[in-house]
Design a protein. Sequence first.
Length: 233
Amino acid sequence: MTRVLVVEDDAQLARALVINLKARTYEVDAAPDGTSALRLAAAGPPDAIVLDLGLPDMDGIDLIRALRDRLRAPVLVLSARSGSEDKIRALDAGADDYMTKPFSMDELLARLRAATRRMEESPGRDRPSAETPSAVVVTDGFTVDLLAKKVRRGDRDVRLTPTEWHLLEILICNPGRLISQRRLLEEVWGPTYGSKTNYLRVYMAQLRRKLEADPSHPRHLITEPGMGYRFES
């Protein structure tokens, strides 16, 4: 059973989230603040996290960073903060998705399903095996170990969200090949997201900021305008 940690200080909203998640057979823990969330996450690591940014004891951005130091579980932000700067800060900190309040419960549940599916699934096609030399991909700026699911840039590890990793893995497993926007969207987010090209723009920009020496002039994560993306080593 998929376990979800809900971090929300609004008691009425938290109760609604817990009821709806349990009705869909999720196991749910609820925390009213960041301190409780960290304690619950340490006691039993969740499979996904839904959290508000406006918490009484710490900023949600700091909580995302603290959770990312401990967990790979996808983080879905649910916040009244609608500014692009807040969204970028949350994604930079390690969030996988961002919804603004008020929100549709059905959409939240769909995004949660997509986030947990991304953790469970691999891209499938063209994925190297343990015996394949290209399981470790080296560029002049970063190294990707596809089996260990680790990325290094210089002498430090690069922390990627599950969504960022899934996108990078698909591209690297198909070096030099143009991967269409629709294929990336459907493989990473699901079949109903084939036209949501804004998702790709946001997450590819995140990957470039983390991996490219000059994100505005990428050498490895290349955009083919209107068509898709490709990886060049």
